[in-house]
Ligand binder design. Structure first.
Ligand code: ADP
Length: 382
């Protein structure tokens, strides 16, 4: 745009091989815009080699040698000019030309003989649209810049959290060891109150370490940096090891396993998949009453096995089915007392299953129990 007498004046290039048309259109437009003229396509290309600051082109369709349509295609193929609007000048009867003109990238046409109001209105409309498009482009660029900044800040924050979490693990492990020693040393003490304090300290330190480990594993899985130890594993073995581990920490549990085939093999990281099963079964134990058993079911189809953990517990409202798999996602406003939860377990499960190219999900509704399931690709040769 050029500035004349403090006013912004858009630049228009009119191209026509008929001098009278150039004169007439120039007269109409020059009161509002900065007008340049050219009498052939070749001349336009020469001009465009020197300057590309036009805001709109008015091109006659019928010109000898290079016609308006060819010229328009050339303009549209220039990366600096492709979004500058092209309005064609045509005779009323040239319907075929008009459709070609639009196909070549033109936005509008003005018919001869010229009507002053129409010319001004069409030009003004397209310049306005271009102005708005420029504004939009600028806003998009601003948005993209802000998004990049935000992503960078997020990355810095994640690094910081990772560093803090990582560095907390060693001193906490020290605290845990101290509580372990205290527990052993004070085993025979008559003062039960002190023993309870020690147990509670031990429990809290252990919970914090578990939380730190989950956070670190999740961030390593997210970054694809958790080393996987993939081998061919019997799913029955993984399940029974997982259930044994759970039994070590849970006083009372009733878990039924259902499996039609004892020798189903998957290529997986055994420890990771075991931890997924432990997480899901522990959740079922945590969120259901001890009366009905928890069922762990294995089903096999042609390409996948699906492991389901089914409970008869409090269930999960539909609106939380996605959220609980996100970091720190929990069902809010529940009256579950003393159920310690970080909301990291299912995030870990999701990432661990996905790293095996599997899928995880839940079917549940409030008060009607839950079925958490995950699928893993089967080994091709069983
Ligand atoms: P945490 O690791 O703290 O147990 P999870 O990510 O495993 O957290 O679970 C997130 C939330 O999903 C829990 O706080 C609970 O509200 C809900 N949830 C998970 N499993 C069940 C289940 N079997 N029955 C009911 N609610 C569940």
């Amino acid at each position: 745009m050029s500035y004349e007498n403090g006013l912004t004046r858009e630049k228009i290039l009119i191209v026509d091989d008929v001098p009278e048309n150039l004169k007439l259109l120039g007269e109409i437009l020059k009161s509002k815009y900065k007008v340049s003229v050219a009498n052939s396509g070749e001349r336009v290309l020469e001009i465009l080699r020197l300057r590309k600051d036009f805001d709109l082109f008015l091109l006659d369709i019928m010109m000898p040698e290079m016609d308006g349509i060819e010229l328009c295609k050339r303009i549209k193929s220039d990366t600096e000019l492709f979004d500058v609007p092209v309005i064609f000048i045509s005779a009323l009867t040239d319907i075929k030309d008009k459709s070609q003109a639009f196909e070549s990238g033109g936005v509008d046409y003005i018919t001869k003989p010229f009507n002053r109001e129409e010319v001004l209105l069409r030009v003004e409309t397209h310049l306005k649209i271009r102005g708005l498009q420029k504004e939009l482009k600028l806003k998009n660029m601003e948005l993209q810049e802000n998004l990049n900044k935000l992503r960078e800040l997020e990355r810095l924050r994640d690094n910081l959290v990772h560093m803090i979490v990582h560095d907390m693990r060693s001193p906490l492990t020290g605290v845990l060891s101290m509580f372990e020693i205290l527990k052993i040393e004070c085993e025979g003490l008559k003062n039960q109150e002190i023993m309870e304090y020690i147990k509670s300290g031990y429990y809290s330190a252990n919970t914090l370490i578990e939380m730190i480990n989950s956070l670190l594993d999740i961030s390593r899985l997210e970054e694809g940096k958790l080393p996987l130890n993939i081998s061919r594993e019997n799913i029955k073995e993984i399940m029974s090891e997982a259930i044994k581990t759970i039994a070590l920490n849970v006083k009372k549990m009733d878990v039924i396993t259902e499996m039609s085939d004892d020798s189903i093999y998957v290529d997986c990281d055994k420890e990771l998949i075991k931890r997924v099963i432990i997480n899901l079964v522990n959740n079922s134990i945590k969120h259901s009453c001890a009366k009905s058993p928890i069922v762990v079911k294995v089903e096999k189809d042609i390409e996948f096995i699906t492991i389901s953990v089914i409970d008869d517990g409090i269930g999960i409202p539909e609106e939380y089915h996605k959220k609980i798999f996100e970091k720190f996602g929990q069902v809010e406003m529940r009256q579950e007392k003393k159920k310690y939860s970080t909301g990291l377990g299912l995030t870990f499960c999701k990432l661990a299953v996905e790293v095996h190219k599997g899928k995880i999900g839940v079917e549940s509704s409030e008060g009607k129990g839950s079925r958490f399931y995950f699928s893993l690709p089967l080994c091709r040769q069983q």
